[in-house]
Design a protein around this ligand. Structure first.
Ligand SMILES: [Zn+2]
Ligand SMILES: [Zn+2]
Ligand SMILES: [Zn+2]
Length: 152
């Protein structure tokens, strides 16, 4: 049994959908395929400067549309991207450091199903991010609170 590398998996999925994988597109996919951390479109464009910003942005959009990348709205409203593990999910986002975790929220899906049943809209998607402080930042956060208490 051969295991596909992340890059081959993504390229195969896009080819299956009938997309042509040009060399610049391949370079973008290669950069994002096994990336763990969040990244912004600007960061990626800077890393792939010879590829050209427009191609980087269009390829990111393609990967998001195909469910291969997640678009995450951080606490300050800025947008970043992260690899998607394909199954529908939501994100827990740290307001302090931007750390992001995937979460499955079955109750939310049940609510969306009720909305689907109760409206004449064709409901196609929804977006819910849950914001808070990650375990690491939560510590700093309470230290900051203690300092605050001592000062006032
Ligand atoms: Zn995600
Ligand atoms: Zn954090
Ligand atoms: Zn959902």
């Amino acid at each position: 049994m051969t295991l596909l590398s992340p890059i081959d998996g993504l390229v195969d999925k896009l080819r299956d959908q009938g997309f042509k994988i040009t060399h610049p597109r391949y370079q973008v996919i290669e950069r994002v395929a096994d990336r763990d951390a969040n990244f912004t479109a600007e960061e990626l464009a800077a890393e792939l400067a010879p590829v050209g910003r427009a191609t980087v942005y269009r390829t990111i959009k393609l990967l998001v549309d195909q469910g291969l990348l997640c678009r995450v709205v951080l606490g300050d409203g800025s947008i970043c991207y992260r690899s998607s593990h394909l199954a529908h999910h939501h994100h827990l986002v740290c307001l302090s450091c931007g750390a992001t975790e995937d979460v499955h929220l079955s109750d939310v899906e049940a609510v969306i199903d009720r909305v689907r049943g109760a409206t004449s809209y064709e409901v196609v998607s929804h977006r819910i991010e849950v914001y808070g402080f990650c375990p690491r930042c939560k510590g700093f956060q309470s230290e900051a609170d203690i300092t605050h208490l001592h000062l006032h």
